[in-house]
Design a protein around this ligand. Structure first.
Ligand code: PLP
Length: 463
């Protein structure tokens, strides 16, 4: 151990040194150079965002996903104020507190998604669906959704008079999931689209980490991974028989690939879906920031930043974290659960990416809450214990968590450099050793205080 400085492996923020300050500064200089460019950036923007940015995003998405159904048209893309606020906005436009039966959320779930869904009036309707090695458990969902339909009041009249309301919402992070790090298999993605069509469900996917991918093999070239896994929205477009509204929307964000403070994202759905999203009141959110991003895309600075800065940096940190876990934690009985990795074809390399991985502690250990509390108090180390990824208000999710993801923790490589990551894992190994030696008390009150403090400090301000 080199110091007793606090180490935070919970934070899902890019290190400030990774913000593209200079590119943004140049973009701002161009945008503000004269009235011709500053006026469109500083007045209220078009509801769905600037056409140049919609086109820029559409062609970038076409490049990275290479969808089988062809190029993505800008009419399929809208600009948002980031994935968080856009999740609520999608629900405000396409769900109804009376008519919509349930919101099915992959568990463990991205914890900030729960309050954002509740903000759309859907409190009490959230239900967890377990995730296995291949992704969301489709059979569990099929049984639960058909039961909810059978139990529900078929006469439920919507409050809203909007052109399209969905009876069910399904929320997932299919690629490099927050928090599990898993990638949903192609087969599950297809099954999910079919099931959504069958039950009048809208699948909302946060596709915010996809662009940050690299081979799991440290020595393989970046090109060897092939195209990214198709998003649910790509599969929905490719499978025949869909409606003009579609049954899916991809929720994207520049927070992880430019900077969270930009507060800009995008979404993709059918042109009809996107057009209806344009009716959310308030104008294009983050319009000035989006003008800077548009400029970064036009000059090529955006893709250069991802390819030359972010991917090499995160790849090194990921490799350092995985190596340290294998060296210090696995021999003590801790498991690394990244799920089975995706391969775009037989000869392509397997992919890793995003910001997170998930570890599970041995069954006989005290709870992950107790371990996280112990890590904080004895090692000044912050980790995200599994209990915070339970689907809010769902007793089933809470019950399942004690035997599954609640026994683990999410670790992020986004915030710290390699040496700090390795030291963080070494400190965690000391915590695990303390647990093996019976020193970690199952201090429920202490854990509650710790979790409450995290909720105030970390969770309210992190993701
Ligand atoms: C799955 C997921 N969705 C959404 C967000 C937040 O996106 P934004 O900053 O665009 O609101 C995060 C950030 O951690 C995330 O992990």
């Amino acid at each position: 151990m080199t110091s007793n400085q606090p180490i935070n492996l919970l934070l899902g923020w890019p290190t400030p040194a990774l913000h593209p300050d200079r590119s943004l500064h140049s973009a701002a200089t161009v945008v503000l150079a004269d009235n011709e460019t500053s006026t469109p950036a500083l007045r209220y923007g078009p509801q769905l965002g600037r056409e140049a940015l919609r086109q820029g995003v559409a062609s970038w998405l076409t490049d990275i996903y290479r969808p089988t159904s062809g190029d993505i048209a800008s009419s399929r893309v809208g600009i948002s104020g980031g994935a968080s606020v856009n999740l609520t906005n999608i629900l405000l436009r396409f769900s109804d507190p009376i008519y919509t039966r349930r919101v099915w959320m992959i568990e463990p779930t991205y914890f900030m998604a729960c309050p954002m869904i509740e903000d759309a009036g859907l409190t009490g309707k959230l239900r967890g669906v377990p995730e296995d090695e291949e992704g969301l458990d489709i059979e569990f969902l099929r049984n639960a959704i058909s039961k909810a339909d059978a139990d529900g009041d078929s006469e439920a009249k919507p409050i809203k008079n909007y052109p399209k309301l969905f009876r069910h919402i399904i929320y997932a992070v299919p690629t490099f999931s927050n928090p599990s790090g898993k990638i949903m298999s192609l087969c599950r993605r297809e099954e999910l689209v079919r099931l959504a069509r069958e039950y009048d469900a809208l699948v909302i996917t946060d596709d915010v980490y996809d662009a940050l991918s690299w081979p799991t093999d440290e020595t393989a070239s970046l090109e060897s991974v092939g195209p990214l896994p198709p998003r649910i929205v790509d599969i929905d477009r490719a499978l025949t028989g869909g409606s003009e509204w579609g049954n899916s929307v991809s929720n994207g964000s520049f927070s992880k690939i430019i900077a969270p403070g930009m507060r800009v994202g995008w979404f993709e759905g059918t042109p009809k879906f996107v057009e209806n999203m344009g009716k959310v009141s308030g104008g294009c959110i983050g319009h000035f920031s989006s003008s800077l991003i548009s400029q970064m895309i036009t000059t090529g600075e955006f893709t250069k930043h991802i390819e030359n800065v972010l991917i090499p940096t995160y790849r090194k940190r990921y490799n350092a974290m995985v190596a340290a876990i294998n060296k210090y934690l696995v021999p003590l009985g801790v498991k690394l659960n990244a799920g089975s990795s995706y391969q775009s074809s037989e000869d392509s390399a397997k992919i890793a990416g995003g910001y997170f991985l998930y570890i599970t502690f041995p069954d006989a250990f005290p709870s992950a809450d107790a371990l996280a509390t112990w890590a904080k108090t004895t090692q000044a180390l912050t980790i995200a214990p599994g209990s915070i990824f339970t689907v809010r208000g769902d007793e089933g999710s809470d019950r399942r968590s004690h035997k599954t993801f609640g026994r683990g923790a999410r670790l992020s490589w986004a915030w710290n450099e390699e040496d700090v990551i390795v030291e963080g894992i070494q400190r965690l190994a000391l915590v695990v050793q303390d647990a093996l030696d019976g020193k970690v008390q199952q201090d429920e009150a202490g854990a509650q205080t710790f979790l409450a403090a995290m909720a105030r400090i970390d969770i309210a301000t992190t993701a």
